[in-house]
Structures are given as structure tokens and as C-alpha cells.
Design a protein around this ligand. Structure first.
Ligand code: ADP
Ligand code: ASP
Ligand code: MG
Length: 441
């Protein structure tokens, strides 16, 4: 069986939903993971925000707006009156719950998460009903029956494995299984989620749990491009990536894949294919265990980076200095992305400022501390083993007009990272594309 995940844009309108139905009815038995229709989760976040501020009136205006939109979708999607009515009723139950959930009190964290779960519940019910209307043998699996996170908010992979397999067996004659991405239950049995963009993670966790033949991530672009198409012109799809390369690109900002999504698939040895709903015949990107030698694959950038530098005469010849520094970050649950050291100091980058003040305060016991915000990590991924002479110099040469704050190479064989100011990001990305991939000079 294959796991096919369709993102928000792919199910963003009734027309798109019909196209997705066409793609999943390919004669094979498929398990389909759907996101909420595009824009819906953002609207739900806004609704929760109004409720939490006590502004019930604005929350209700947004809910009714969303209801009107979904009622229109129902009119367009179904051809029979009975299915229109059944689906409207189902959606109305969800909207009625949204209208009462935040009434006259401040919103709890659990209620906020329940609100956020409604988008995937709506899209999957709509798709299931559409396929039913088309006479397809379809089963809607509730993610709440098998997707669970543990006390550390990590997926409980054993529970997922042990729960989903019997569910699939129970419906042996089903052709298409539909389920919700993103949403899950937590250890307390309350509604929770796998973080924004987490439907990719759902697909990968399911693919690993059922040892799928392949996990397909269907989105609005023809695979992983060699640079961020939102900022750079003339990017090209990359046809193949090693799991590690894909993981680095996702972690360092290639939005097409959620950063957590590569690990379960890699661990289970299930290949991941990125495909384009708008152009289903395009080759897309295959992610597997194969390393393509001698090639620089792609560039990505991660925003909102803070650099912390500590300079200390005590570091000179001192053992245990780095341990002390890193322990401070550990104490404040802050992970470090990039590290560079010299004999007198160390610079580190973080993407979470929540405990910045505490960390700086502690670090000041050991040296002079400087903080720079609004930075960005630019990361180049590919076969960057030392035997590929000239690769690193070609990459750094292409950045000759950019002011570079940190460089990190050698941590792995397939990554070099630069830290630049956010204002230089676009120029850096474009320069790398021009010199490495497009070779126009
Ligand atoms: P979905 O809603 O299907 O999950 P996303 O919006 O999360 O889709 O991801 C797809 C988007 O990722 C693309 O439209 C593109 O703008 C963006 N993107 C960023 N970097 C890359 C990249 N290197 N290759 C392809 N797409 C990228
Ligand atoms: N609907 C969720 C979000 O918008 C999850 C996803 O689309 O992956 O974040
Ligand atoms: Mg996404």
C-alpha cells in the first residue's frame, strides 16, 4: 500500500478536491492523508485568538464566514441533494461546536487545540463523502484512533504501529482509506497536534508504521527545488535526494517538507516521493537511501536566527569550557543549530529566543557576550566530501559580495552553512543559484 498526502492547496477548493479524487483512484489500494483546505487552519488560529482575548463577537463573525464558505463548497462538490444535505449537517455540527466552545470564559489550551483540529476533520469528511457519492469503497479512519504523542510530545510509534494495522485489516475490502494529517491525541487523551505543517509528519509516521511501499507528498510544486522558489528566480526541481540531504533541507527552511517528516520514513526505509497535484505527470523528487556522488543538490534558508558569541580569555587552553557553555543552553531547553569556535571564543546560533535573556545572563559568568538578532542560516546541501576539491571554494566564491557572520563545514559530508543578516538572504540565495546551478557567469 502507498501513503499519499495532499496539502492544503491540493484540497483548497471543490475543483481541486475532485482532481485529488481522480489521482487517488489509480487502481491501487491507497491510504490518503489530507490537510485542511488552505487558509482554514489559519482562520481557526485567528478564531482561537479572538476567543482567548475574550472577543467572542469577532470569533463568531469569523466562524460564520467560514461556515458560508464551506456551504458553498458543498454546493459545488456534490451532485446529489442527499449528499449535500448529509455533508452540510456534518459540517454544521462542527461549526456549532466552534460557536459554543469559547462562550463566556477564557479559552483553555485543550479547547484551543480542539479548535485547530477542525480543518482536517472537515476536509477528510468532505472527501470521504465525495468518494462515496462516486461509488468508491472508501473508509474514513479517525486519526484519534491511532495517532498519539507521548509525554515528551513525541509520536508514540509503538502505539501508532499497534493501532493502525488492525484498523486496516478490519476493512480488508476498502479501496481507499482517508485520514487526517496534523491531528492526534496526547497522553491525557486530549486532542493535540503535530505542530503547524505537521500533515507531512503524519504521512511519514503512517508510512513507517504500515511499512508502506512509498510515501507520496503531493503539493503545489513539482518536487524539491534546488533553491527557495519564493525568493529566487529560475529554480529547478531536484530529481533525487538522500534522506539526510532532504532532512537538512527541510530543517534549514525548505518549506515543501516538514522538518520532522524525513526521520520515520528513513528509519523504516520507506522512500518518499514529492509530487505536484497541479502537474501530476512531472517527475518530482525521489527521497531514498541513494547518494548521488559529486553533486551539489540544493540550497535552503532558515529565518529568525539569533547568534550568540562568547569571548573569554579563560577559554584559552581551558578544558571543559565548551561543556559549561552548552550546559547552559541545555538547561534552558534551547537547541543550537550552528557552532563555530576559535581559541578565544565561540559563536552559536539558535532559532528560539524564549530563554535568550536567561542564557545570556548565565553566559556572562564566563566571558563577554554579544547577541545579534535578525540573522539567517543559508545552507548548501549535496556531496560535499573533502575529496570533491573545489566545491567549497566555488560555494564561498559565489558569496563574495555578502557579509558572512559564521561558516560551518565538516559537521557532516553533505552540508555547509553560512550565517548572514536577513537583509542579505535573498542576494545570497540568488548568488548561489547563479553560480552553482545556473552557471551564468
Ligand atoms: P502544502 O500545503 O502542500 O503542505 P507547503 O506550502 O507547506 O505545501 O509547501 C510547498 C511550498 O514550499 C511551495 O509552494 C514553495 O513555495 C515552498 N518551498 C520552499 N522551498 C522550496 C524548495 N526548495 N522546493 C520546493 N518548494 C519550496
Ligand atoms: N493544517 C495544518 C497547518 O496548516 C497542517 C498541515 O497543513 O500540514 O498547519
Ligand atoms: Mg506543508
Amino acid at each position: 500500500m502507498k501513503v499519499l498526502k495532499f496539502g492544503g492547496t491540493s484540497v483548497g477548493s471543490p475543483q481541486r478536491m475532485k482532481e485529488v479524487a481522480h489521482l487517488i483512484l489509480n487502481g491501487e489500494k491507497n491510504l490518503v492523508v489530507l490537510s485542511a483546505m488552505s487558509g482554514t487552519t489559519n482562520s481557526l488560529v485567528e478564531i482561537a485568538d479572538y476567543y482567548s482575548k475574550g472577543n467572542t463577537e469577532s470569533a463568531k463573525i469569523l466562524i460564520n464566514r467560514l461556515r458560508t464558505k464551506y456551504h458553498k463548497h458543498v454546493e459545488e462538490l456534490y451532485s446529489t441533494d442527499s449528499m449535500k444535505q448529509a455533508t452540510r449537517q456534518l459540517l454544521d455540527e462542527i461549526f456549532n461546536r466552534l460557536l459554543t466552545i469559547g462562550n463566556n470564559k477564557s479559552l483553555t489550551v485543550d479547547e484551543e487545540k480542539e479548535i485547530l483540529s477542525k480543518g482536517e476533520l472537515m476536509s477528510t469528511n468532505m472527501m470521504t463523502n465525495y468518494l462515496q457519492e462516486q461509488g468508491v469503497k472508501v473508509t474514513l479512519l479517525s486519526a484519534f484512533d491511532f495517532m498519539r504523542i507521548d509525554q515528551n510530545r513525541e509520536p508514540d510509534t509503538k502505539f501508532i504501529h499497534d493501532s493502525i494495522r488492525p484498523l486496516l485489516k478490519e476493512h480488508a475490502d476498502t479501496q481507499i482509506f482517508i485520514t487526517q494529517g496534523f491531528i492526534c491525541l496526547n497522553m491525557e487523551g486530549h486532542i493535540d497536534n503535530l505542530q503547524r505543517g505537521g500533515s507531512d509528519y503524519t504521512a511519514s509516521l503512517i508510512g513507517a508504521a504500515i511499512q508502506a511501499e512509498e510515501i507520496q507528498i503531493w503539493t503545489d510544486i513539482d518536487g524539491m527545488h534546488n533553491n527557495d522558489p519564493r525568493f529566487v528566480e529560475h529554480t529547478q526541481p531536484v530529481h533525487q535526494l538522500h534522506f539526510e540531504e532532504a532532512a537538512e533541507l527541510a530543517y534549514f527552511g525548505a518549506k515543501i517538507l516538514h522538518p520532522t517528516c524525513v526521520q520515520p520514513a528513513k528509519f523504516a526505509g520507506v522512500p518518499v516521493r514529492l509530487l505536484n497535484t497541479m502537474d501530476p505527470k512531472a517527475e518530482g523528487t525521489m527521497i531514498n537511501n541513494h547518494s548521488e556522488e559529486g553533486k551539489i543538490k540544493a540550497v535552503a534558508a532558515k529565518d529568525n536566527i539569533t547568534v550568540i558569541k562568547i569571548v573569554s580569555s579563560r577559554m584559552l587552553l581551558a578544558t571543559g569550557f565548551l561543556r559549561k557553555v552548552f550546559e547552559i543552553f541545555e538547561q534552558y531547553h534551547t537547541s543550537i543549530d550552528v557552532v563555530t569556535t576559535s581559541e578565544v571564543g565561540v559563536s552559536m546560533s539558535i532559532d528560539n529566543d524564549a530563554y535568550l535573556a536567561n542564557i545570556v545572563e548565565e553566559l556572562k559568568k564566563y566571558g563577554i557576550v554579544e547577541v545579534e538578532k535578525d540573522m539567517c542560516i543559508v545552507c548548501v546541501v549535496g556531496d560535499l566530501r573533502p575529496c570533491n576539491k573545489g566545491f567549497i571554494s566555488a560555494i564561498t566564491n559565489s558569496l563574495q559580495d555578502i557579509s558572512i557572520r559564521m561558516v560551518s563545514y565538516g559537521g557532516s559530508n553533505h552540508n555547509i552553512s553560512f550565517i548572514v543578516h536577513k537583509d542579505d538572504k535573498q542576494q545570497a540565495l540568488q548568488a548561489l543559484s547563479n553560480h552553482i546551478f545556473n552557471q551564468d557567469n
